[in-house]
Design a protein around this ligand. Structure first.
Ligand code: SIN
Length: 484
């Protein structure tokens, strides 16, 4: 990996504005999933460093929160500009540690930076209210203030944007942050921290603790009385555990957890549009997003027309190392991801499904899997209940709108869903009937800084991005002005 700006490659935690080794001098390796090469070793910080980072964030909070929104926004905009100036290097770093194709990595950095720009501006619109009084001798006013120190844990599938989607609203609101990035992808996080330092954030406002021991760091973060807010993106299983730990100090939580996104193609859909949308939703990041279409429900009248084009599109995807030109599908993150696909496909085939495209490990290397289509799926198969998190499209045939809605909602998850129809009345009806926080109508990719991202049911609590995202980092204070 040849970076133009070699300072972006950092390998120690970033605490109180300094680069810090683990106190026990331990490190862990960061591996390139495309070829198994060790990229570098990174400080394996633990409870001690997490406490130090929380103390630094707590010390930095009073001064940072007292800056005006415009002052905080000015530093954030410098950070935004620096990220854009270093986009080529940041993309290479991301592809090397995470595997996604370079074009997708660049897209993610632009997407990630957009949260910084959005919240730098949004902080100036944190309004309170003057509420009509029920008594003439008093007035009711509300103000909003930053909640305090925020702790956050982010996943490996979006090494930049999941960080900026949490840090940006927090620091824009006036909070300070301690964040643990995923052990698989700490380098993008540290590069962001390097650029944050360059942008001029005061020491302690942003702290990054790198560690291979998420449970140890998570316990300190969730149980610390100095932390007022905890934000996590990851699995529902881990999210539930962390939420329980947060109960001991009654912290405000935001949780972006698992999904099991249905994508419904109705008979009255535009076939080209549906194929394009389904491909974009399913195969982004090799199927490793929480909002990837996980179950494709196709109505019987359009089934043959849709599947003919869809099989062709999936079979033509270019698999390989994300740094190679023209590659669309990179490696999966680890061996467990490959094993999961094999288990889910095996179960589906045993119960009567048929693989019509792909279905094997790919010759590009140990962590590559062929883009796959498996047809004839039903609700008895594990693939209808579990997140695939890989380049596999399970196809289910259905007859009526009511049936599709019932099948789509038959899950404990409620993050993203998609459907394709040219009928306006159906579009409105189905959107209201789906129990999901995010609904793409004739669109396969809907994430953007301006819109609220988040789930219902066991997919989480709270929203990120949009005008709602900053509310997660604010407290409402009610002022009663009496004796008038
Ligand atoms: C995720 O998979 O958690 C995030 C995807 C997105 O922001 O679109």
């Amino acid at each position: 990996m040849q970076l133009q700006n070699t300072s972006l490659l950092q390998n120690r935690s970033f605490i109180n504005g300094e680069w810090v080794d683990a106190s026990n001098a331990e490190t862990f390796e960061v591996i390139n999933p495309a070829n198994g090469d060790i990229i570098t070793s990174v400080a394996d910080s633990g409870a001690v460093e997490t406490e130090q980072a929380i103390a630094a964030a707590s010390k930095a909070f009073p001064a940072w929160s007292k800056k005006t929104a415009k002052e905080r926004g000015a530093i954030m905009k410098k950070w935004f500009n620096l990220i854009n100036e270093n986009i080529e290097d940041l993309a290479l770093l991301m592809t090397t540690e995470q595997g996604k194709p370079l074009a997708e990595a660049k897209g993610e950095i632009t997407y990630g930076a957009s949260f910084i720009e959005w919240f730098a501006e949004e902080a100036r619109r944190v309004y309170g209210d003057v509420i009509p009084t029920p008594a003439n001798d008093r007035r009711i006013i509300t103000i909003k203030q930053p909640i305090g120190v925020v702790a956050a844990i982010t996943p490996w599938n979006f090494p930049v944007s999941m960080i900026t989607r949490k840090i940006s609203p927090a620091i824009a609101a006036g909070c300070t942050v301690v964040l643990k990035p995923a052990a698989q992808t700490p380098l993008s996080a540290l590069a962001l921290a390097y650029l944050a330092k360059e942008a001029g954030f005061p020491a302690g406002v942003i702290n990054i603790v790198t560690s291979s021991n998420a449970a140890e760091i998570g316990k300190v973060m969730t149980e610390s009385p100095l932390v007022q807010k905890f934000s996590f993106t990851g699995s529902t299983k881990v999210g539930k555990m962390l939420m329980q730990q947060c109960a001991s100090t009654v912290k405000k939580v935001s949780l972006e957890l698992g999904g099991n996104a249905p994508l419904i193609v109705f008979d009255d859909a535009d076939v080209e549009q549906a194929v394009k949308g389904a491909m974009a939703s399913k195969y982004r990041n090799a199927g490793q997003t929480c909002v990837c279409a996980n179950r494709l429900y196709v109505q019987e009248g359009i089934y043959d027309g849709f599947l003919e084009k869809y099989r062709e599109a999936v079979a033509s995807l270019n698999v390989g190392n994300g740094t190679d030109a023209g590659v669309e599908i990179g490696p999966l993150i680890d061996v467990e991801a490959i094993e999961k696909i094999k288990r889910l496909l095996g179960d589906a085939v045993d119960k009567g499904a048929t693989v019509t495209v792909g279905g094997n490990e790919h010759s590009a290397g140990k962590l590559f899997y062929e883009p796959t289509v498996v047809e004839g799926c039903n609700s008895k198969m594990a693939v209808s209940k579990e997140e695939v998190f890989g380049p596999v499209s399970p196809i289910f045939k259905f007859s009526t709108e009511e049936e599709a809605i019932a099948l789509a909602n038959d899950t404990e998850y409620g993050l993203a869903s998609y459907f394709f129809t040219q009928n306006l009345a159906r579009a409105w009806r189905v959107a209201e009937a789906l129990d999901y926080g995010i609904i793409g109508i004739n669109e396969g990719i809907v994430s953007t800084a301006e819109a609220p991202f988040g789930g219902m049911k066991e997919s989480g609590i709270g929203r990120e991005g949009s005008k709602y995202g900053i509310e997660e980092y604010l407290e409402i204070k009610y002022l009663c002005l009496g004796g008038l």
